[in-house]
Design a protein around this ligand. Sequence first.
Ligand code: 5GP
Ligand code: ZN
Length: 113
Amino acid sequence: MKDCLFCKIIAGDIPSDKVYEDDEIFAFNDISPQAPVHVLIIPKAHIPSAADISAENSAVIMKIFEKAAEIANKKNLDGNFRVVTNSGEKAGQSVHHLHFHLLGGRDFSWPPG
Ligand code: 5GP
Ligand code: ZN
């Protein structure tokens, strides 16, 4: 998708610190990490937000969560991590290409602000 930051990162037009890639998924370190581990895991397909997940495109979501567990385990988070997606401006979404934040390596509070 033209003018989408994360589509440009997937295409390699904007450089990123890649953690994982396959046919359907791309994962890279967040440019402004909020925890010692802060990886963004995204579908290669341009899905704008979690509000746009449907039966037609949801297979990749399962794969993203499988990959989140794999990355968390590889980074020795010992089962302690958070996976979160922000949908819409009020929830803090700033990039309108669906992404899951994998955060770990510190304590987190609940509920989030
Ligand atoms: P959101 O606020 O939409 O939930 O998350 C967007 C995330 O993308 C933020 O955590 C932000 O730091 C990250 N981000 C924004 N621009 C870039 C970029 O150019 N490269 C990388 N690696 N992360 C980015
Ligand atoms: Zn996109």
